[in-house]
Design a protein around this ligand. Structure first.
Ligand code: PLP
Length: 507
């Protein structure tokens, strides 16, 4: 009886505790780990110190295998929760706010840069196809071939990658359960960081929830810690621009891939100040490639660190798929490399790799790392599998097939007279130069020809540089390309778009 009273007292006290839910209480009572929970709970600890609550001796964990007296397993009656009587209905914002928001949307619609998301479910078993709903009214799913996916090598549905993800989910669940420093670091995270450091030949690597976050966090943290001037290529991705702006350090923008302009700016910089030169190896929309070696040499001549985004190159270039710097034998000249797990590797997440102290500083001070839930263990396990596949022979073969596919597509488009931007990478951009026509091209290709390629409009590209960005994977066949070209012919003549034998637009 005495023990029953004690249990009830504990239960009542625990129900008052804001940190312990009824489920936890019930679990704790059943599993006999009540004392453990109680000691960790501030309210309970206080009550215990004051002697208001004493734990029954049988709850001491030492006696794991002891039988629990039947009466102690009985749960107190928990308060029944009433369903709310009022329906939680969406409330409009005050008219003043609504009118500003609507004006902004109308402005986007007027200049044809209003974004709609194409709903499209890529098919794992039939690459590169997807199930798409072409118009809101036509609700049945249709097979559409996809020409703009960043799942460049189809790794998102590679059976070994999906197998690793499923296996890890079965063993560890779907979520990381915490931030990196509060319970969200599993051995999969550690293994992935070691794998990434090895891949890039660096001391250490650090994972982020995306490369947007990796770029933003790293540049803002380093900029501030080093009190550095930051030199940024004009074509840099929004994530790098955000990081540079968030650092609130002096920023100098050099013309795209223009070494002379960069030097002009570096010469004028403060000689006593630290410097960071930030650029991409492959530019995602125009497909241009940076002169990595020359940019790194120039930066180092002025004692600047180099920060290179290899997001559109990791997995795709280099013997081990480490990126363009590996392919050119220049990886050692990059001080900080950033990459994504969300494109060629087929998952989600971003990272940086660099020296031990640099990674330690970003790890310790970067708020984009500290204050967010870490990527799921299953994602980390899938990424290790994907990176390892692409670092080996299978990866090299996929890269060769990929290279063949995008080169064939480029040649076919050029031969048919389409205005393909001149660029040496795997990205095949087709110039349109008009936001409305780019959107109409996309819509007609999808609705009439069952081909999906996304129109790229401002602000992703400058106004007047609107384009269709084609990506061919190892799974796009020459036959599919011929069909694409006949569809483009149809769209081009309907929209009165010019073909040009010798198209050239300075990239
Ligand atoms: N850097 C570049 C050049 C990108 O194109 C992108 C994404 O599209 C990112 C960074 C961000 O990568 P993530 O998709 O992992 O956030």
């Amino acid at each position: 009886m005495a023990s029953l009273i004690k249990t009830a007292a504990v239960a009542v006290a625990m129900r008052k505790c804001p940190f312990l839910s009824n489920e936890v209480l019930s679990f704790a009572l059943k599993s006999r780990s009540l004392s453990m929970f109680a000691k960790k709970c501030p309210v309970m600890s206080k009550l215990m110190t004051q002697g208001v609550v004493t734990l029954p001796a049988t709850y001491d964990l030492k006696g794991e295998n002891e039988a629990v007296p039947e009466e102690e397993l009985k749960l107190p009656t928990l308060t029944k929760l009433e369903a709310p009587t009022q329906k939680n209905e969406a409330q409009p914002l005050p008219p003043k706010y609504d009118s500003i928001l609507n004006d902004n949307i109308e402005a986007k619609k007027r200049d044809s840069t209003y974004r709609t998301f194409q709903v499209l479910s890529r098919t794992a078993e039939k690459k590169p196809y997807a199930m798409a709903r072409t118009t809101p009214l036509q609700l049945e799913d249709e097979d559409v071939s996809v020409w703009c996916s960043n799942d460049y090598l189809g790794m998102s549905s590679h059976p070994k990658v999906t197998g690793a993800v499923i296996d890890t989910i079965n063993r560890h669940g779907v979520g990381a359960g915490g931030t990196r420093s509060i319970g969200g670091t599993s051995h999969y995270h550690v293994e992935l960081e070691d794998t990434l450091a090895d891949l890039h030949g660096k001391d250490s690597a650090l994972l982020f929830s995306s490369c947007y976050v990796a770029n933003d966090t790293t540049l803002q943290t380093l900029g501030r810690v080093l009190n550095a001037e930051i030199y940024s290529d004009q074509g840099n991705h929004a994530s790098m621009i955000a990081g540079i702006n968030n650092s609130r350090m002096p920023k100098f923008v050099f013309r795209h891939n223009d070494l002379d302009h960069l030097e002009e700016l570096l010469v004028k910089g403060d000689p006593d100040r630290m410097k960071i030169v930030a650029f991409e190896s492959v530019y995602s929309m125009t497909g241009t490639i940076a002169p990595i070696e020359e940019l790194c040499d120039l930066a180092h001549k002025y004692n600047a660190l180099t920060f290179v985004d290899e997001v559109h190159a990791v997995g795709l270039y280099g013997y081990h798929g480490a990126g363009l710097a590996e392919e050119r034998g220049m990886a050692h000249k990059i001080d900080i490399v950033s990459g994504t797990l969300g494109k060629a590797y087929g998952l989600v997440g971003g990272y940086i790799a660099s020296t031990g102290p640099l990674i330690d500083v970003v790890r310790s001070l970067g708020s984009g790392l500290i204050f967010t839930t870490s990527i799921p263990p299953s994602t980390a396990a899938g990424a290790v599998t994907s990176i390892n596949i692409l670092a080996q022979q299978e990866g090299r073969e996929l890269r060769l097939r990929h290279r063949a596919a995008y080169n064939i597509l480029r040649v076919k488009l050029l031969k048919a007279g389409f205005p393909v931007l001149d660029c040496p990478s795997h990205i095949v951009p087709l110039h349109i130069g008009d936001a409305l026509k780019a959107t109409l091209c996309m819509d007609t290709l999808l609705e009439k020809h069952k081909l999906y390629v996304q129109a790229i409009n401002y602000p992703t590209v400058p106004r007047g540089r609107e384009l269709l960005r084609f990506v061919a994977t190892p799974y796009h066949t020459p036959r599919m390309m011929d069909y694409l070209i006949s569809a483009l012919d149809d769209v081009w003549s309907n929209l009165d778009l010019p073909k040009c034998e010798n198209f050239s637009l300075k990239n």
